[in-house]
Write a protein of this length. Structure first.
Length: 153
């Protein structure tokens, strides 16, 4: 399965602990699809909510497509995510728990050419959790550096 990743939300992996991911379709207009293909999408500060048994995506900025003229839509409009009812019910039960939220991780095109969004059920990290992650990453880098220098001798 080959897919073209249009955008990733790197901030999400830093600020949240990802518990589960789910693939969702996005209800888009034609000019938005062309902007996404050009990579003009920003997922930073984006999140999703469940309203009236529908999942709605907030704060996702898709830049205007210049060639679309008057057919363009507002860049930060609310967008409906396409999921099965049982998936929405499951997410609703999980999000109802304190501290859980729905955060988009990446937008990509699947092998059929459809825009898909990887939605994650996340729990916010505390400051000390982030510091702990940084320590682990730096320790791993240091260990790799030492191992590389020993192999070179």
């Amino acid at each position: 399965m080959k897919s073209h990743v249009a955008a990733t939300n790197r901030k999400a992996l830093r600020d949240y602990t990802v518990l589960e991911t789910i693939e969702a379709g996005i209800a888009l207009k034609g000019s938005e699809v062309k902007s996404i293909r050009a990579g003009k999408i920003n997922l930073n500060d984006s999140f999703a909510r469940i309203e009236n048994n529908e999942v709605v995506l907030y704060n996702t900025h898709i830049s205007l497509y210049e060639e679309a003229s008057y057919l363009n839509v507002e860049p930060t409009r609310l967008r409906k995510l396409l999921l099965h009812k049982n998936q929405i019910r499951k997410l609703l039960g999980q999000v109802a728990q304190k501290g859980f939220t729905l955060i988009p991780l990446k937008v990509y095109f699947n092998d059929r050419g459809f825009a898909k969004l990887e939605l994650a059920l996340c729990k916010g990290k505390k400051l000390y959790d982030r510091r702990e992650d940084i320590k682990h990453r730096e320790a791993g880098l240091e260990m790799r550096r030492v191992m590389k220098s020993r192999r070179g001798k």
